[in-house]
Design a protein around this ligand. Structure first.
Ligand SMILES: [Zn+2]
Length: 611
């Protein structure tokens, strides 16, 4: 053994090297593939498909293959799932990995190929496809049989074709996920000593290499240290952190990137064109988003979507069907929800959340959808660009919000939604938790951001003080008492400025002025003062003004002291502020908030503190 002469068929056998379908053991893609296949032709695979998201297509297609209006090539051929059919056969077909391809091309051109390569990246970005391409690149002999290693394998020579079909005797694929033991590795090591049977290089492709046991790694390491010249190792892994450093240091590493959603979308559009399937851009947009950077996952979903479409009368992949299939929240429903939040319509919000739930949208997905919406509004606002959205309707809505909401509001929305998301995730009843979290967002959403709130409260406090000091004694404006008080304040400030700080402090805190004129002060002291400051006052005022002062202290009477006025004004302002709808809303949103003195206002957000 040591190779698998089977075709690249569907049977993942038990032979260590035979991994007919590499990278497939993890659930969803395989399931989706299986699902898509079953839906298309009902040729149920050995493993019954597990429940896939969304309503499963009815198995009613068993009897007759569904009509495929415009899929030319498929009439007589067994259906191949898209992920396999559109597996890249050249590096130029490998989308989204240009930097890696360039590096590899350079290495091949200069004949500076490492003995071992490591392909890392999330599942489905094309690690195994890349490994096979590298195998082809190294073993291609060109159409005429004379070619050398090339970044542009011909695809027609015998090695190229055999590798593409997974039947090349010198290209050995092994899935470490199912062959983790030292014995499996030992077989490799034994075989490594023998020269390649028919190719330039003997190539070992070990997928999910991080799954190998420590003993297996140790066994492999000896070979990695001094591999025979005709041997190349191509490792692939999703979890590079789990690889021993000793292995990492002996490999040339290529990090395959997550493929951006736009690139995926255009790729899927191309695939649909090849397949003769009509698809709405929004549908492809949703599939690309759901694929999370993986071509394969996306193609599996597309497979399923095409199967669904075939069940419909027009055979078109529509956004509506994809949405149903993926159990995705309806984008327009999400926008309506955000609208109810921003309008403060709690009742509509609750019923909207419930409706989505009834339609099968997970509360967590709903929160995530709203966060995504807020994120895109924010990005649109910052970039002052057309929002990123598939439909014109959505772009318009996003643009409108981006223009209307402040950056602070958006950030607060995001924060509140993020908090809600965490709560929903941990809640025993996600629906209730989502409703409560969104109600909280609703109550806080129409508030200005903390910075503005602070400023607003500040202004109100200032106007509150002005009102109370101007309106004392019921005689507004120019009452003599008010004027006297103003003069007294000015005088105290001058005392303070002249450096008699302690005397000024006493005047401010304790003196209730009764009569104030140039050279004459009559006052009473607020209760609680111990001692007789009259002499100090006289000296300070005489020194300040250069004239002799007459200072008289009485037992009772007088205007409130400056400090007393200040405190009264503050109390009144606070009462007014609390009564203000804006602040009431703030306290409702943050029950544990407290009003703090405006003397220590910080740039933002001290006024309303989260609990
Ligand atoms: Zn070739």
């Amino acid at each position: 053994m040591g190779d698998s002469p089977t075709d690249a068929g569907e049977n993942a056998g038990d032979l260590p090297w035979d991994t007919g379908e590499e990278e497939e053991p993890k659930p969803s893609a395989a399931e989706l593939e299986a699902e898509g296949q079953a839906a298309m032709f009902g040729d149920a695979p050995a493993e019954p498909p597990a429940a896939a998201p969304g309503p499963a297509p009815p198995a009613a297609t068993d009897a007759s293959p569904p009509a495929q209006p415009a899929a030319p090539a498929d009439a007589n051929q067994p259906y191949r799932v898209l992920a396999r059919k559109y597996r890249p056969q050249t590096f130029s077909q490998l989308i989204g990995q240009e930097p890696m391809v360039r590096t590899l091309a350079n290495a091949i051109e200069r004949d500076r190929l490492a003995h071992a390569f490591l392909m890392t990246g999330v599942r489905g970005v094309g690690k195994t496809s890349t490994a096979r391409l590298v195998a082809k690149a190294l073993n291609c002999i060109g159409p005429d049989g004379q070619g050398g290693p090339t970044i542009d394998p011909c695809g027609v020579c015998e090695p190229c074709r055999a590798i593409a079909e997974g039947r090349h005797i010198d290209v050995i694929e092994m899935d470490a996920a199912s062959h983790t033991g030292v014995d499996d590795v030992r077989e490799i090591i034994e075989a490594v000593r023998y020269a390649a049977v028919s190719a330039r290089y003997k190539i070992y492709i070990i997928d999910e290499v991080h799954m190998l046991s420590r003993n297996a790694f140790n066994a492999l390491l000896k070979t990695l240290e001094e591999p025979p010249a005709h041997v190349k190792f191509l490792f692939a892994t999703t979890e590079v952190d789990k690889l021993p450093v000793t292995v990492l240091s002996r490999t040339q590493r290529f990090d395959l990137r997550r493929i951006p959603a736009e690139l995926l979308q255009s790729h899927f559009a191309w695939v649909c064109e090849q397949e003769g399937v009509a698809a709405e851009p929004e549908a492809l947009h949703m599939i690309a988003a759901a694929a999370e950077g993986s071509v394969r996952d996306g193609l599996s979903i597309l497979d399923q979507a095409i199967a669904h479409a075939d069940l419909g009368e027009d055979g078109k992949v529509t956004a509506e069907r994809v949405r149903d299939m993926l159990g995705l929240a309806d984008k327009s429903a999400q926008r309506r929800l955000l609208g109810t939040i921003l309008e403060g319509d709690a009742k509509a919000l609750l019923s909207g959340v419930f409706d989505q739930y009834a339609l099968g949208v997970e509360p967590l997905a709903l929160m995530r959808g709203l966060m995504d919406l807020v994120h895109r509004i924010t990005v649109a606002q910052i970039g002052r660009a057309e929002p990123n959205a598939p439909s014109a309707e959505e772009r318009a809505a996003l643009a409108e919000w981006a223009g209307r909401l402040s950056a602070g509001q958006l950030h607060r929305l995001w924060q509140l939604l993020l908090k809600g998301y965490d709560e929903v995730r941990q809640a025993p009843d996600p629906l209730v938790s989502a409703q409560m979290a969104l109600l909280r967002v609703l109550h806080a959403a129409d508030l200005p951001d903390p910075g503005k709130l602070a400023k607003k409260l500040d202004e109100m406090a200032a106007s509150g003080v002005a009102a109370s000091s101007a309106g004392g004694e019921g005689a507004p404006g120019s009452s003599p008492a008010a004027t006297a008080a103003m003069d007294w304040q000015a005088l105290v400030e001058r005392v303070d400025a002249a450096g008699a700080l302690r005397v000024a402090q006493t005047m401010r805190d304790w003196v209730r002025p009764i009569e104030l004129a140039q050279g004459r002060l009559v006052y009473a002291l607020a209760p609680g003062f111990v001692g007789d400051p009259a002499g100090e006052f006289r000296d300070a005022l005489s020194k300040l003004t250069g004239v002799r002062w007459e200072v008289e202290q009485r037992e009772t009477g007088g205007e409130p002291s400056l400090r007393e006025r200040e405190e009264a004004a503050k109390a009144q302002a606070e009462a007014e502020m609390r009564a203000h709808p804006l602040v009431e809303a703030a306290f409702e949103a943050f029950p544990e908030a407290e009003l703090v003195e405006d003397a220590d206002i910080q740039p933002a957000g001290r006024q309303a503190r989260h609990g």
